[in-house]
Design a protein around this ligand. Structure first.
Ligand code: RB5
Length: 148
């Protein structure tokens, strides 16, 4: 991907974001870090916002989002029009949410997933294409639910 990856985390996901951010840095993957920049307590809906809006605006390609469980920040992300966020802690889900759901945000829990698995899942998510075909129809129906 040439468009930057959007990163964001609350305090529960800060350390995992940092591990993934350093990995992106080392592997030459462009990113924008929307914070948090410390492990001071902050609120996951606030942290999800800017990163997700950058994805919807096309300024970033996909988002990698982190909180303690991955759940709160994924719920927040999915409230933003145009975001299809998946909370994952296994490789099959991280791969197939790209292949079948065209997910544009991967959410992970810093209290659930260790740095090795988190980096592996992030790479898998960023490097897996959407299959299109019959899945496009389903994604179209999914996005139509936003207006209901
Ligand atoms: C913060 O303590 C924690 O609630 C948050 O990071 C997240 O896990 C919420 O879903």
């Amino acid at each position: 991907m040439t468009t930057p990856v959007a990163l964001a985390a609350d305090h529960g996901g800060f350390e995992l974001k940092e591990a993934v951010r350093l990995h992106l840095e080392e592997t030459g993957v462009p990113y924008r870090d929307f914070g948090s920049y410390t492990s001071e307590p902050c609120d996951y809906p606030d942290m999800a916002q800017a990163a997700c809006r950058a994805v919807v605006a096309g300024e970033c390609g996909r988002a990698l989002l982190f909180c303690g469980t991955g759940v709160g920040i994924s719920m927040s992300a999915n409230k933003i029009r145009g975001i299809r966020a998946c909370c994952c802690s296994d490789a099959f889900s991280a791969e197939y949410t790209r292949r079948h759901n065209d997910a544009n945000a991967l959410c992970m829990g810093g209290r659930v997933v260790g740095p090795g698995l988190g980096i592996y899942l992030a790479d898998l998510f960023l490097n897996t294409p959407f299959e299109g075909g019959r899945h496009q129809r389903r994604v179209d129906k999914l996005m139509a639910l936003e207006g209901t």
